[in-house]
Design a protein around this ligand. Structure first.
Ligand code: ASP
Length: 603
């Protein structure tokens, strides 16, 4: 090796040893005759001192190097002079006094700083990802990611799980997104789909008798991109047989996530263990979403009944039209300026809410003694003191607090208030960044009505089992059928979803029929699954758990691109390689494909 030690390795106990280090020139400082270089490698930083009197040739080399040059140094470990130790650096007690240095490679000036975490345009970062990945935070994120997947592999392997790979070229499996397709050269006009998940394969592995399967799998979905989505994501894909109910699988996963947090990221505290369990309905009622951040309160309150007869026409009419009036109570919110509440009004409009009404309770003393002139709201005159007190009572508000009220159809009001809850918590810094608040969400609806398609669609995916007790409702009232789907959420992110599966042909056929997939189509698309269920399919359940999202939570990054080595941009391109790119006419001909339309700006 070109090095005897790593750059993060040397301590005072190595004093006097001769060592060889190799790495990148992180920083170089010229101090009146002495040159100091912080040499960086994957492991850390070491300060190297070049003294012309002790190593003239090495000094001459150090004099020529610039940032990001690749340098090998031979030298002796010495204690730093008293008072110059750096307590922030693991190697901060020592330095290496160089007696030889070799430039292993030169470097152009990088397009952005490696030494500092400055804001750099995303396109530039991704174009030079190999330089971006040298930067400390992202470099550490990627290393932590490897420790997390190793922990997962060890944990599951110890518990009898077998890691099995499934194909990338496959047939479509519905997960609710568009497929990425790959044309077949051999079979003109036919296409493989890249897996949106290994859903069908893992269920078939259960039929095949593996009983406990997992894989760290790539899943590809052609969908609109956001901070928590990009075209390919990595998922811990897991399936197990012979569970008697969902608690069997949830308890195993609770231990996995709990121990992972304790072992790999012990600086976090887990808010509650065992993890709280919420039904879907409860979660939506209390937080407006099925992925609530439970690190803070700000729960939703329903004021519809209290305001059904309100003088304020918007509230009255919304309730009469089947809508709701819901609010969050902001502690100390009476201090918000007019501008701050106006900003929040604009904020909720992005969720389709028509507006936001603020109502603050001023003055001192018990809320029952509130007087009319202690209600501050742009629409205060429409509310009686009794109504205001009732609103305070329902929401638990006291003097100095402020209600933020949305009146709309339930779906819009919930979305807006979920967004508002997160926004207000952010502004008031209510979420403790050192806490992981895990919770399971269960009892999802089996079907959702798609107004656009005018049919029922799966809330999870079509292989999810309905709850046994709700099966009789399938024909009469599909909207009230609950499924055996469950999610794990943490700090407002969905970390996994999964379900107990259907393992009987007749129920699977029934569900396909409910989804408008006729017998013939079911046979064509999923005949292999239906058939497999006839050969002794065991009861089974599983999950798909986002590794990228887990890493975003564990590193406190708002965007999953910060935990993926080579992500795509928000428009699904890779500025580094230029993907997606064009192909030659011959390649197209081989694939029996003709291009009818090209994106502007390309040839
Ligand atoms: N296949 C599902 C997904 O990728 C997870 C599961 O049900 O196992 O979201």
């Amino acid at each position: 090796m070109l090095k005897s030690h790593n750059c993060g390795q040397l301590r005072a106990s190595h004093e006097g040893e001769d060592v060889t280090l190799a790495g990148w020139v992180h920083r170089r400082r010229d101090h009146g005759g002495l040159i100091f270089i912080d040499l960086r490698d994957h492991d850390g930083l070491t300060q190297v001192v070049f003294n012309p009197k002790e190593g003239g040739e090495a000094y001459a080399v150090a004099d020529t190097v610039r940032g990001e040059y690749v340098l090998q140094v031979e030298g002796t470990v010495a204690h730093r002079p008293k008072g110059t130790e750096n307590a922030h650096l693991p190697t901060g007690e020592i330095e290496v006094k160089a007696h030889a240095a070799t430039v292993l490679n030169e470097a152009k000036t990088p397009p952005f700083y490696i030494v500092e975490e400055t804001d750099v345009d995303e396109l530039l970062r991704l174009k030079y990802r190999y330089l971006d990945l040298r930067r400390e935070t992202i470099h550490r994120n990627i290393v932590l990611r490897a420790r997390v997947t190793k922990f997962i592999r060890d944990f599951l392997t110890e518990r009898g799980f077998t890691e099995i790979e499934t194909p990338i070229l496959t047939a479509p499996t519905p997960e609710g997104a568009r497929d990425y397709l790959v044309p077949s050269r051999v079979h003109a006009g036919h296409f493989y789909a890249l897996p949106q998940s290994p859903q069908q394969m893992k269920q078939l592995l259960m039929v095949a008798g593996f009983e406990r399967y997992f894989q760290i799998a790539h899943c590809l979905r052609d969908e609109d991109l956001r901070a928590d989505r990009q075209p390919e994501h990595t998922q811990l894909d897991l399936e197990m047989s012979f569970i008697s109910d969902e608690e069997d699988i949830l308890r195993l996963l609770e231990e996995l996530y709990y121990q992972l947090a304790q072992t790999v990221t012990p600086h976090f505290s887990v808010q509650a263990h065992p993890f709280p369990r919420l039904t879907y309905e409860e979660s939506v009622r209390r937080f407006g979403t099925d992925k609530p951040d439970l690190r803070y309160g700000l729960e939703l309150v329903d004021l519809s009944d209290a305001l059904r007869e309100s003088e304020f026409a918007i509230f009255r009419q919304t309730v009469a039209a089947g809508g709701v009036v819901r609010a969050i109570c902001v502690p100390g919110g009476a201090e918000f300026s007019r501008k701050q509440t106006d900003d929040l009004t604009t904020f909720v409009q992005q969720y389709g809410a028509k507006g936001l009404v603020s109502l603050a309770f001023l003055g001192d003393g018990p809320i029952d003694a509130l007087s009319q002139d202690e209600i501050r709201s742009p629409v205060a005159k429409y509310f009686t003191v009794e109504q205001a007190r009732e609103m305070a009572r329902l929401s638990g508000a006291g003097r100095g607090d402020m209600l933020l009220i949305v009146a709309d159809q339930p779906g819009v009001a919930n979305k807006a208030l979920d967004g508002l809850r997160r926004e207000v918590a952010g502004r008031l810094e209510l979420a403790d960044s050192g806490t992981l608040a895990f919770a399971f969400v269960t009892h999802y609806p089996m079907f959702e009505w798609s107004a656009g398609e005018e049919r029922w669609v799966s809330s999870h995916h079509p292989f999810t089992s309905p709850r046994r007790e709700d099966i009789p409702l399938m024909d009469s009232d599909p909207g009230r059928v609950h499924s055996h789907a469950y999610d794990l959420v943490c700090n407002g992110w969905e970390l996994f979803s999964g379900s107990i599966r259907i393992h009987r042909r007749e129920i699977q056929e029934k569900v396909f029929a409910m989804l408008g997939i006729g017998a013939e189509e079911a046979q064509r698309r999923f005949g292999h699954m239906l058939e497999a269920f006839e050969y002794g399919a065991p009861p089974h359940a599983g999950i798909g758990a986002g590794i990228d999202r887990l890493m975003a939570v564990l590193t406190g990054q708002p965007d999953i691109r910060e935990v993926i080595a080579f992500p795509k941009t928000k428009s699904a391109t890779d500025p580094l390689t230029g993907a997606p790119g064009e192909v030659t006419a011959e390649q197209l001909a081989d694939l029996h494909i003709a291009i009818t339309e090209r994106e502007e700006g390309t040839s």
